[in-house]
Design a protein around this ligand. Structure first.
Ligand code: PAF
Length: 287
């Protein structure tokens, strides 16, 4: 597995791989890799013969300096995770390598950023769009893998690819969870031990909401309240949002009449975690 730190060297490697007729896949990450990332790399390795992982903490997508500064980093462990999961190449550029010139280009997607994390993290998706477009240009991947834990990001990137005709297929992979349901996230490393158990209430709230839907409750406001009550039963949890949205348009739903996504952002102590679940209500036969 090759470790590449410059754009010039990356271009050489990609040209060589494509010249040898290899299928190139990309797993973009910000490092501090966990089992969720390993699952993305494994999925990429099962479909393609040249698996690239990018590890770059993209300052442009952080709307808080403290969040950027405290983002966990673990270079040597990350390299091991990539190796074990079947990566062929890891790209680990410095900030200066990627942004030697501050980008003048701006990308935004107002419709898909109107809800969920969009309003509470100004400029976040603009930063994501720019770095992902750049990574697609650098790697020219045939297929790219993203985790559905970042559901809004996954939908935004799918649309980026359609709108700009990037010749890349986007694969969304299911969220990998801890035994108690907590979604795996690099940020979990920053949770204080006393907040860790309370963090699992986010997923538990989705499961309770799912039960309520399947018992016939169809009002998104009432359903959201049920989830909120479960989350704040953890005294150190503070809700940023809990929303019920359409799975593709990400618009807030006024009534439940088909599959939907419930998504939440919650401060568990100091650490902001996001999670979501797609729910397809059970259709009851009526006689
Ligand atoms: O999901 C992430 O880790 C990041 O948002 C991404 C896609 C690597 C862009 O920096």
């Amino acid at each position: 597995m090759k470790i590449i730190r410059t754009i010039e060297a990356l271009r050489t490697e990609i040209l060589a791989a494509k010249g040898a007729g290899k299928n190139v896949s990309l797993v973009p990450t910000m490092g501090y890799l966990h089992a969720g990332h390993a699952a993305l790399i494994t999925a990429a390795a099962s479909e393609t013969d040249f698996v690239c992982v990018s590890i770059f903490v993209n300052r442009l997508q952080f709307n808080s300096a403290k969040d950027f500064e405290t983002y966990p980093v673990s270079e040597s462990e990350d390299i091991e995770v990539c190796k074990k999961a079947g990566a062929s190449l890891v790209f680990m550029p410095s900030h200066d390598e990627m942004y030697s010139l501050a980008p003048a280009l701006q990308l935004s997607m107002p419709s898909l950023s109107a809800n969920l994390c969009g309003p509470v993290r100004p400029n976040h998706f603009e930063g994501v769009l720019l770095i992902v477009a750049r990574l697609f240009n650098l790697f020219q991947p045939d297929v790219a893998f993203f985790g559905k834990k970042d559901y809004q990001q996954y939908r935004i990137i799918e649309r980026l690819v359609r709108d700009l005709n990037f010749p890349v297929r986007i694969v969304g992979c299911e969220t990998v969870r801890e035994p108690d349901g907590l979604a795996m996230s690099s940020r979990n490393a920053n949770l204080r031990p006393e907040h860790r158990e309370q963090a699992a209430l986010i997923y538990r709230s989705f499961k309770i909401l799912e039960k309520a839907v399947n018992n016939g409750m169809a009002d998104p406001i009432e359903l959201t309240e049920i989830a909120q009550d479960v989350i704040v039963s953890g005294p150190d949890n503070r809700i940023d949002y809990v929303q019920i949205v359409h799975p593709e348009t990400l618009e807030l739903l006024q009534a439940i009449d088909g599959p939907f996504v419930v998504a939440a952002a919650v401060f568990c102590g100091e650490v902001r975690l996001i999670d979501n679940m797609t729910i397809s209500p059970v259709v009851h036969d009526s006689f």
